[in-house]
Design a protein. Sequence first.
Length: 269
Amino acid sequence: MSEGLFAGGTYGDRARCLVAPNPGMMTLDGTNTWVLREPGSSRSIVVDPGPIQDGHVDLLDEQSGDVAVVLLTHHHFDHSEVARDLAERKGCAVRALDPAYCVGADPLADEELLDVDGLQVRVLTTPGHTADSISLLLPAERALLTGDMVLGRGTTVVAHPDGQLGAYFDSIERMRALATGGEVDVLYPAHGPVLDDALGTLEHYLVHRRQRLTQVEAALGRLGVARPDADDETLARQVVEIVYADVDESLWGAAEWSVRAQLAFLARR
């Protein structure tokens, strides 16, 4: 995984990343807002316009030019908070998988192909982090915008109960198939730096999550729990204290979400 402060930039011929000023434990260097534009076109697609902090929407308004549509990879506020504001400024629609976050347009659909002045973007439903998570394939760059399903550093949270571990595994496998099939070489995450080794990163994610699941199973054995209950907050915290004993306690709250998703997954086996 890449290290160091990520400040955005231009990637390939069609993608520019503007990092929102909302750094933190969950957002890393801040939310990556992606501005996608076909060379020679005046119109762009803005992905995850981000939070309201410190005039980020003003920066987007200034630097995104004519915007054909605003897209959301999922509903979390650090991705969606200024979507309506930006769309109103630009006179365009907001589209997401969840109809509640759409403005002036229909929800996105799996395998839908968007075309803006020759810029093609393919929508992939990739639930796991949340139920409404999507990824966006940029075929001309062999790049995949991963939202929060894959981060530029570390690994993502499966946000139980909205996020589901079974769906997460299926989605990462779907992304991995794109990489093994030669459709994706690089990942553009919604937090942290761009990842040039798409296949290696996705395989790392699968291995890491399966290792964590094995560790959770072992912790349940130590606790004498045969059938876990994901809604038992006491149990989830006990598991976190065992599995994440070597992790800073400031991260235990986020770890507990993922552990509860793992407990729910194991309960259905």
